[in-house]
Design a protein around this ligand. Sequence first.
Ligand code: SAM
Length: 326
Amino acid sequence: MAERWTALDLVEGFHLAHAVAALHEEGILAALDRPGPAEHLAERAGLDAAWLATLLDYTAARTELLEHTPDGYRATPHYDAHARGLLDQYIGAYGPNARQLRALLREPRHAAATVDRARHADAFAGFDRSPALGLMAEVIAQLGLGRLLDLGCGTGTLLQDLAGRDPDFTGWGVDANAAMCGQARRRLAEAGLAGRVTVLHGDCSHLEGALAAGIREQVETLSAASLLNEFFADGRAAAVGWLRRLCELFPGRALIVADYYGQVGRREPPWPRMHALHDVVQVISGQGVPPGDRAGWVEVYREAGCLPVHLIEDGRSTFFVHILRL
Ligand SMILES: C[S@@+](CC[C@H](N)C(=O)[O-])C[C@H]1O[C@@H](n2cnc3c(N)ncnc32)[C@H](O)[C@@H]1O
């Protein structure tokens, strides 16, 4: 965790973040993969040249994303797919929640609808596979599990990975975000896997509506990567209720959960910086902070009537893969 910020750090961070967000969202940083003067960019994008020059100068001096060379400004290799994904996720998708924080503090029930879902899908399309998802794919492949239903499948990364490894793999993905489903279908079609993997637009909280009974009967294994953490806005009751329903719909099947241990309000600081930031964003987007340790998650599983079979963690106990029997 970084040192605690001064008021000056905060106000600078606030204005710097807005400057970088504007340069990112106006496509200025992307256009600077080759050096160029501010005036040309401003003219092409219809922006004020003097303002743009100031923002570029400040961003080049205070961030690692941009540099001022003798040939003009140039985006550095730090403005890579991962950095663009972070900006798209934490400023693009969840930025509206930060900007409306005072209203949401009074009416948290509007938080989920405030998230920009299209930007969320763009962010995920830009990310490399996360370590948790990689570990999950490895576990599922090694156990030889097939006929997989991936709940909250996002852009279809897990399904694509598994179907790419095993020509006999069949899978289904369900996601509530239509833009995520679109990205997933496009990627799977491009990889020639659309015949074996089907992506359905629907709400995992009401799987009876999202999944035809014919598909439900074929499912042998379920997975939920970074989905269950969204059910903790009001304690653990929603997560328990959702797991109970899964036990009723898919009795005896394996559920593989990949998720993370919450930090803020769950453990004493210092916290891993990225996780603590994510916790705050989880709260202001209406998802809540998940349990902070293995015991907390196991309590949720047991209360729901799921049997924890195998619990795998990374070395720093920040993310995990848990194998459950429904
Ligand atoms: C953090 S993303 C993870 C995506 C993917 N599993 C991965 O690990 O890359 C969570 C996904 O769950 C989806 N989601 C959240 N709540 C959902 C619900 N109730 N029903 C279906 N999908 C949901 C979101 O739209 C999003 O795509």
